[in-house]
Design a protein around this ligand. Structure first.
Ligand SMILES: Cc1cc2nc3c(=O)[nH]c(=O)nc-3n(C[C@H](O)[C@H](O)[C@H](O)COP(=O)(O)OP(=O)(O)OC[C@H]3O[C@@H](n4cnc5c(N)ncnc54)[C@H](O)[C@@H]3O)c2cc1C
Length: 398
């Protein structure tokens, strides 16, 4: 391990891996550190991703695709299902990945591009000089060391500890931290081509429960509920256990995980002097779908592109790094995050009767557009009063 790099990346998830690959390809000296012993393990994810989104970053490979998904179904409390199907061009809606292999592949590509990848190495604090981040203090296999860098990209996931220690406000309100529990289950009878989302306050208060198939009668069966309903994974697990006992009484659990998904607005600012924040640490998970893999890869890549330019120009101040913050906010991702945050704030207020009414109104139509926007448009078409409610919500929030 050297102790001086152009770019130091903290975290070997999708954000960190794309940042490291992009930065190394641009000719920088790059170090990616990961606190865990093995990249991608344990998996804290339902592993679903849209096909078109994935292809923006990597060529799909059967080694890390567990299942091809043809439709997503949203199932209301009384069992009414809305099916979101493939689009007119025939694109299937998505994949369920095998992230143990997928995450490793991304990091492998970064290493092949020239990045140093060091596991069992945890960033404990930023190295601060005159208010600027100049690297990180680390514990590498338990041994303390300093790694200096022109720019640090903090891609350390939901806890976002590095950015917090560098002085950024990363606090997520309790109600906006989804408390999650998930089982990888086998021997269950499911529709192998459908990712299913179950709604309802008895099933998953202010959240949803998902079944994402992984082939061979195996699936990720998980739940996310508002943190104010569950301070840790334990109450989420109670709801999940009830669902599993009722729907998959003969299923076997292979793995169990708990975790948090921030369904809040992104950080107010994702740069500081010598520091950029990407992926979950920047709070760029979609507040409705809970999808964060694609947004992590997008922000990781963009952060490295902007950092490379700043290093070449010899200025890594907050002002110089700011185009990263401005560009992702103005991007399609930034626009969708803001819109979906507002829509999520509306949907969490709905009781089960309202959810049933909305679902029943469009259950018979086969939706061609697989997107939150397509779903909302269809709901408004069938329930014109909804437009007024959403407008009122927009006025309240903006
Ligand atoms: C239960 C659950 C289900 C989900 N389902 C989906 C889904 O179906 N689809 C989807 O798109 N998204 C899903 N997500 C979200 C998705 O997993 C994340 O958005 C995505 O992994 C974010 O990537 P990242 O690189 O920002 O962070 P992460 O993947 O969390 O990677 C951060 C890495 O940083 C490392 N790290 C942390 N602190 C340090 C430190 N101090 N020093 C060194 N390394 C450190 C961690 O060990 C980790 O490897 C889900 C999340 C959860 C919890």
């Amino acid at each position: 391990m050297k102790n001086n790099y152009d770019i130091l990346i903290i975290g070997g998830g999708p954000a960190g891996a794309l940042a490291a690959k992009t930065a190394a390809e641009a000719g920088n000296t790059v170090c990616l550190i990961e606190k865990r012993a093995a990249i991608g393990t344990p998996v804290r994810c339902a592993e679903g991703i849209g096909k078109e989104l994935l292809k923006e970053f990597i060529k799909p490979d059967p080694r890390w695709i567990a299942a091809d998904i043809e439709r997503a179904r949203i199932i209301s409390p009384n069992g009414t299902a809305i099916s979101l199907e493939q689009d007119r061009a025939g694109n299937e809606v998505g994949y369920v990945l095998d992230r143990k292999i997928f995450d490793r592949e991304l990091v492998w590509q970064a290493a092949e591009a020239g990045a140093d990848v060091i596991v069992k190495t945890r960033a404990t604090a930023p190295i601060m000089e005159n208010g600027a981040v100049r690297g990180a203090k680390v514990l590498s296999v338990g041994i303390p060391a300093d790694i200096r860098a022109e720019v640090v990209i903090a891609a350390d996931g939901t806890e976002a500890q590095f950015a917090r220690r560098a002085g950024l406000d990363t606090v997520v309100p309790l109600r906006e931290m989804m408390s999650c529990a998930q089982y990888l289950m086998t021997d269950i009878d499911i529709d192998a081509g459908s990712t299913d989302f179950y709604l309802g306050n008895e099933i998953a208060p202010e959240g949803y429960l998902w079944v994402f198939p992984k082939g061979n009668r195996t699936a990720n069966v998980g739940i996310g509920i508002s943190g104010r309903k569950s301070r840790d994974g334990s109450r989420a697990k109670d709801y999940l256990d009830r669902f599993v006992a009722k729907n998959f009484p003969n299923g076997k659990t292979i793995e169990a995980i708990a975790g948090g998904v921030p369904v809040c607005r992104p950080l107010a600012c994702t740069v500081a002097d010598g520091l950029m924040v990407a992926g979950d640490a920047a709070r760029v998970v979609d507040p409705i779908t809970g999808g964060g893999i694609g947004n992590a890869m997008y922000t990781g890549r963009l952060a490295a592109q902007v950092a490379s330019k700043c290093i070449a120009a010899g200025d890594c101040s907050k002002e110089a790094l700011m185009p990263y913050d401005a560009e992702w906010r103005a991007s399609k991702m930034g626009t969708v995050l803001e819109r979906n945050y507002k829509v999520k704030e509306y949907f969490v207020t709905l009781d089960d009767a309202k959810l049933n009414t909305l679902a029943e109104s469009i259950a018979q139509s086969s939706l061609k557009e697989f997107s939150v926007l397509g779903l909302i448009k269809e709901l408004i078409k069938r329930n014109p009063k909804l437009l007024l409610e959403l407008k009122a919500l927009k006025d309240t929030l903006s």
